[in-house]
Design a protein around this ligand. Structure first.
Ligand code: ADP
Ligand code: MG
Length: 482
């Protein structure tokens, strides 16, 4: 394996979050009855004319600006000719030679503070096709054209990734970015964000790229990683067996965890692109670009820097907290309640909360504990009402829906014991019960201090304030030593 190098380039289709389609006023809503949302323009009936949705252009420019790309002043829509039941008009309107977004780049963070720049070749606008439904009618295929004409931004990367892991990190970063920008809802189950992976292998040190296979329409990050890894092994096995990789389109079958040939290059369509005579070039001025740049929200990279510099979070914490827009929103809402507790909040979100979310297999937006709820819990730790340890118990109860941190602490009697008198009597009792250990301590064996603290915490059911226990215990034990 060590002699082979993997090369990956991704083509990502992000569905732009407009209300109406790219060239018509039909709705883009997902999940309505088949063929209720495709109008004559989407179907390309004779005599209709497409009219470009201005919002689609704004969204593409937002993306271009966010990846430092060149924006094409006069990009051109082209017809990509092919017939398929879910594309009955016989061509798809796309962009070919002059895409709206030109060359750009995106930094990704890999393990141990290693980062890498991935080149983005282009991003172009196009209309989506309909859907063929193979499971609805026995022996027949249904066609639902509701999706026809839905706006897509196709984001094409350079072949800059060297492992399935890198490809996933890059895809996740694009996924987060389009959501931060508010141009795509990122819903992968509904197909709003899907990915084609181009994979090839070559001997290490070789300059020339190997022959690639393109794996189509992957709709989860887990499948992306698995499909690429399967494909790498398949290609290496082929070459090591003295055979050759052929350029082709393949499909990933998640049930069997393998890729299968769909069509070879010889069978590939000749798209005969030509400029669409019904559409004018898309004129974009510098003023447009500047206006859009000024309107951008804070992007993940800027947020990450701000978290490190202003909030003094570690690179790792800042990276993970900004890796999804929803996580960043949750963090900032919690921080709004406790502005000087950034580190504590990060620890809770990346620790207990993430673990609970993973276990329940839900996203942070669906968390049963709200940012206000979490800030209430953390505030009770910092004002010494409860210890960090008891807080985990309270968190668990909050997760189960038993109420707010305050009400759970009250109902379960979890308030920390900070009354010096009460703690002293606990200490006196434990000292009296364990004369041997007292002698050991006084003979210089500092380690038994831990034993005493453990006993006292146990007696108090975890509620004694650990700081006070340590301090008072030391005083009492030392007193006897003098
Ligand atoms: P097409 O439009 O036929 O799919 P492109 O040349 O536009 O072909 O490439 C599509 C994607 O494939 C890009 O993301 C590119 O980086 C990637 N790619 C091209 N050649 C290779 C290769 N040999 N190995 C891996 N990826 C490649
Ligand atoms: Mg392709």
């Amino acid at each position: 394996m060590a002699t082979w190098e993997t090369v990956i380039g991704l083509e990502i289709h992000a569905q732009l979050a407009t209300k109406s389609k790219i060239f018509s006023g039909a709705s883009t809503a997902f999940g309505t009855a088949p063929n209720t949302q495709a109008c004559a323009v989407d179907l390309g009936f004779p005599g209709v004319l497409p009219v470009l949705n201005a919002e689609v252009v704004n969204m593409a420019i937002k993306f271009g600006v966010a990846i430092d790309a060149e924006i094409t002043p006069n990009s051109v829509f082209a017809r990509k000719n092919y017939f398929y039941p879910d594309l009955p008009k016989g061509y798809q309107i796309s962009q070919f030679e002059l895409p709206i977004v030109g060359r750009g780049q995106l930094g990704i963070s890999l393990d141990e503070g290693v980062s890498k720049i991935i080149g983005i070749t282009r991003a172009h606008l196009e209309e989506d096709a309909g859907k063929s439904l193979h499971d609805e009618f026995p022996e027949q295929t249904g066609v639902d054209l509701n999706r026809a004409g839905t706006p897509l931004l196709e984001i094409v990367s350079e072949p800059d990734m060297r492992s399935a892991k890198e490809a996933v990190v890059y895809a996740r970063k694009i996924h987060a970015l389009v959501q931060y920008l508010g141009i795509c809802d990122g819903n992968m189950q509904e197909g709003s964000f899907r990915c084609d992976a181009n994979v090839s292998v070559r001997l290490k040190g070789e300059e020339k790229l190997g022959t690639r296979a393109e794996i189509k329409n992957i709709n989860s990050f887990r499948f992306l990683e698995r499909a690429i890894n399967f494909e790498i092994e398949r290609q290496i096995d082929l070459i090591e067996d003295g055979s050759k990789v052929v350029q082709e389109t393949r499909l990933y079958d998640a049930d069997k965890d393998e890729t299968r040939s769909m069509r070879s290059k010889e069978e590939a369509n000749d798209y005969r692109y030509f400029p669409d005579p019904d559409l004018l070039p898309v004129a974009v001025t510098d003023d447009d670009i500047n206006r859009i740049r000024a309107s951008l929200p804070e992007l993940p990279e800027q947020k990450r820097q701000r978290f490190i510099v202003d909030l003094q979070l570690s690179e790792y914490d800042a990276e993970v907290l900004t890796s999804s827009r929803e996580t960043a929103i949750y963090f900032e809402k919690t921080l709004a309640q406790l502005p000087d507790q950034a580190k504590q909040i990060a620890n809770w979100i990346l620790g207990e909360l993430s673990a609970a979310l993973n276990k329940a297999d839900i996203n942070i937006e669906q968390s049963p504990i709200s940012p206000d709820g979490l800030s209430n819990l953390i505030a009770r730790i910092s004002d010494n009402t409860i210890s960090g340890k008891i807080a985990k118990q309270v968190f668990e109860a909050m997760w189960q829906g038993e109420g707010s941190a305050d009400s759970i602490i009250e109902a379960k009697g979890l308030k920390q014991i900070t009354d010096t008198g009460a703690i002293e009597s606990l200490i006196d009792q434990v000292i009296a019960d364990n004369p041997d250990q007292v002698d050991q301590f006084r003979a210089g064996k500092e380690k038994v201090l831990g034993f005493f603290v453990g006993q006292i915490m146990k007696q108090s059911k975890g509620k004694a304030n650990p700081g006070q226990v340590n301090q008072l215990l030391r005083e009492k034990l030392n007193k006897g030593r003098e």
